[in-house]
Structure formats: structure tokens, C-alpha cells
Design a protein around this ligand. Structure first.
Ligand code: SF4
Length: 394
């Protein structure tokens, strides 16, 4: 590319795909080599406060397992067969030395599997800082904000010890502003896809977001803005596809081939819960006042409903899909859930009952992040898309 020339969509997607494909985390290793004395901190799904990691001078790195690109040799020895695939894949990455650059790893509370994984990490890698992060799960917003604030302050302190840099309030505020910008550009990507899914295919959006889990926030913001500009410059023609919401993939991520199969079967994915941590806080975190308290209150006053958070409204789960489909102007729902994912599979009957009561067409299937055969998903999604177009329901 000539200097000063805007990058093309193809070049940006290829760059993001290379980062996504690289199980050795070359982009992180390069950043560490270019920043002597600095360190990297890993975080597992779903939500971890990247603002605090950044303010402490650390590079936040999302850890999502090796997908269908990693053969599990050692990881299976750590987990029984009726557990989701993510933890064995993460252990495999670690035991093969691919995560040896991490000075700290955060395990946000989602389920017992992640809690156990954090315990294993402590035993296997005693030199790393390891923390299981309990997020507040109570309808009492005052107590929740106080609890989360104290957890965040502990993280500020502990990660400051790891990096050797204890951030000032001004630095914390600057990091909050940076991640407000990150969330804003992710919202812009999702809005563009909802409005013109033929222009923003999910297979492109997804690899961009995966790259954003690994590269510094300011580089991701620039990449995403370039992509949005390239989309405007290279519009595509719409197809007669059905618009679907994909639900259930908030933690263990589906293989890219599964996302591509859904789209190629005639579905436009117009909303999803992939990489949900990117969009967990739905509004900007205020930049005035105490930045840690502001982060805590933003979490507590957030509107997001997900299987890893307590739902205080007994009818909330039943209403959720109707609201979600209306907001996305979707025709139907694909429940795509990791095998053995307790939070997703326990919620699914309630979510699906609410959707069916609202006459929203639904299908459901299960995957593992290392699923390699997509024909059956393609046939199911294709039949679903056709039935929506022909009859509006299945
Ligand atoms: S995929 Fe589901 S069961 Fe597995 S670690 Fe994530 S939330 Fe827990």
C-alpha cells in the first residue's frame, strides 16, 4: 500500500485474520519486545475491566482458547469429558508455552469451570498473578456498587504491583476515556452491520473484534475506523437473506467456520453475543468524579442482560428475546450454544419459551470451539433461512 493511502477492506480483514489465526500471540510478543519493562495481563471471558489493566501500564490480552486450530494433547487430562471445551483449550495453550508471556491472568466469574481453572492456574503457574473476579450478583445496587468498587480497587493495587506502576486518578480516567472510545467504535460496527449486514459480514466483524482482544486499544480503534471507512468506500449489494440473532455464544467462542456457515446458508447475523465483554458496558463511563467508583457504578447501572448475570425480574428472561429481535429488526433466532455450557443451556429454555410465545422462529444447535465439520449447521441454518422467507416461521 502506498503511504497515505487508506487501507482497503481486504487488507484490514487479512491483517485481523492473521492476528486471530496466530496462536503464538506474535502481536503481543512484538509489543512486549518494543516496550521493554512492560508486561501483559490475560483475561478470560466474559467481562474484565480493561481500563484498570491499561492504566497500570499492562497490555490486556483476551484469552479465548485455540478454537479449531489447536490439537488438545495435554488439556484433556485436566478436565472430565462433560465440561465445555474452553478450559481444556486454554490449559493446552498454557502448557504448550504459548501463554508464557502473561505476568497475570484474570478469571471473571461466569461458572464453576472458570473458578476451577483459576485454581489450576495458581497451582501450575505460581509465578503469575492470578485472580478470580467475583462480579456483583445482587439487586441491591448500592451494595453491588460498593462491593464492585472494592474489588476494582484491589485490582488497581494488585496489578500496579505486577507492573510496578500504580496509576493516578488522572491516568485511570484517561484509560476509561480510551475504552469509552473502544466501546463506541464497537457500537458503530454493530450499528453498521444491523443496518447493512451485506456490507459488514459477521465473518469480517468477528475477526476485527478478535484482533482487538490482542492489540493495544488505540490500534484497534484506528483499525475499526479504517474498516468502517473502507465499508463506505466499497459498498456491496444486498441479498435476499433472512436476518437472524445468534444467542448463547458469550463465553466459549464458535469457530469462525461456523459463523461463515450460518452466513453462507442465507442468514444475515444482525445481532449476537460473541465476545460480549467488548459491549458489556452499554454506555460511556462518566469521566468526572472518582474513576474507580464511576467504573463500579457503570457496571451496576448497566442495562445488559446475560446468562452470567443475576436477573432480578422473574419475567426478564422471557421478555429478552422479543426485545432483542425487535431492536435488531430480525426475523428469527439461532440459539448457538457451547456444549456443556451451564449458564447458556440453563437459560435457553426460558429464552426460547419467550421467543416462541412471541411467534419468533427459532432453531438451536450446540458447538464446541474446535468443531471442524460445518455441513450440518449449514443445512440447518439454510433450511431455517428458507423457511423464514417462505412461511415466516418454522
Ligand atoms: S463456556 Fe459456559 S460453562 Fe464453559 S467456561 Fe464459559 S460460561 Fe462456563
Amino acid at each position: 500500500m502506498a503511504s497515505g493511502q487508506a487501507p482497503t477492506r481486504a487488507a484490514l480483514v487479512e491483517q485481523a485474520r492473521d492476528i486471530y489465526d496466530d496462536l503464538d500471540f506474535g502481536a503481543v510478543r512484538e509489543w512486549l519486545a518494543d516496550h521493554p519493562g512492560r508486561k501483559a495481563v490475560g483475561y478470560l471471558p466474559v467481562y474484565a475491566p480493561r481500563e484498570i489493566m491499561h492504566a497500570c501500564g499492562l497490555l490486556p490480552v483476551g484469552i479465548h482458547g485455540g478454537g479449531d486450530r489447536l490439537e488438545i494433547i495435554r488439556g484433556d487430562a485436566f478436565y472430565q469429558s462433560y465440561i465445555c471445551h474452553l478450559p481444556r483449550s486454554v490449559i493446552e495453550l498454557a502448557q504448550s508455552g504459548r501463554l508464557d508471556f502473561l505476568s497475570a491472568v484474570l478469571f471473571p466469574s461466569t461458572c464453576d469451570v472458570i473458578r476451577n481453572l483459576s485454581g489450576m492456574w495458581k497451582l501450575l503457574y505460581p509465578e503469575a498473578y492470578v485472580r478470580y473476579i467475583d462480579v456483583p450478583q445482587t439487586p441491591d445496587t448500592g451494595a453491588a456498587a460498593d462491593f464492585w468498587e472494592s474489588e476494582l480497587r484491589r485490582l488497581v493495587h494488585d496489578l500496579g504491583e505486577v507492573s510496578g506502576h500504580h496509576p493516578t486518578d488522572t491516568e485511570l480516567r484517561a484509560s476509561v476515556a480510551l475504552y469509552n472510545e473502544t466501546r463506541a467504535v464497537v457500537r458503530a460496527l454493530y450499528t453498521a452491520r444491523r443496518e447493512r449486514p451485506w456490507d459488514v459480514p459477521t465473518e469480517e466483524l468477528y475477526v476485527l473484534l478478535r484482533a482487538g482482544e490482542v492489540i493495544p486499544a488505540d490500534e484497534f480503534i484506528a483499525m475499526a475506523r479504517d474498516y468502517l471507512a473502507a465499508v463506505e468506500a466499497e459498498p456491496r449489494r444486498p441479498r435476499d437473506n433472512s436476518r437472524v440473532v445468534v444467542v448463547g455464544a458469550f463465553c466459549e467462542q464458535p469457530p469462525l467456520g461456523l459463523i461463515m456457515s450460518i452466513e453462507r446458508a442465507g442468514c444475515y447475523i444482525v445481532d449476537d453475543d460473541f465476545l460480549l465483554g467488548n459491549r458489556f458496558l452499554m454506555r460511556d463511563v462518566p469521566l468526572d468524579g472518582d474513576p474507580v467508583r464511576a467504573l463500579a457504578e457503570a457496571f451496576v447501572s448497566n442495562d445488559l442482560h446475560t446468562s452470567v448475570l443475576f436477573e432480578s425480574d422473574p419475567l426478564g428472561k422471557k421478555r429478552l428475546m422479543k426485545d432483542c429481535v425487535a431492536a435488531a429488526n430480525a426475523d428469527g433466532i439461532i440459539f448457538a450454544t457451547p456444549s456443556f455450557c451451564d449458564p447458556a443451556l440453563l437459560d435457553q429454555p426460558m429464552l426460547r419459551a419467550g421467543a416462541e410465545k412471541a411467534s419468533i422462529p427459532c432453531i438451536a444447535f450446540k458447538y464446541a470451539e474446535n468443531t471442524g465439520q460445518f455441513q450440518q449447521f449449514r443445512e440447518q441454518a439454510g433450511t431455517f433461512a428458507d423457511s423464514i422467507k417462505l412461511w415466516g416461521a418454522v
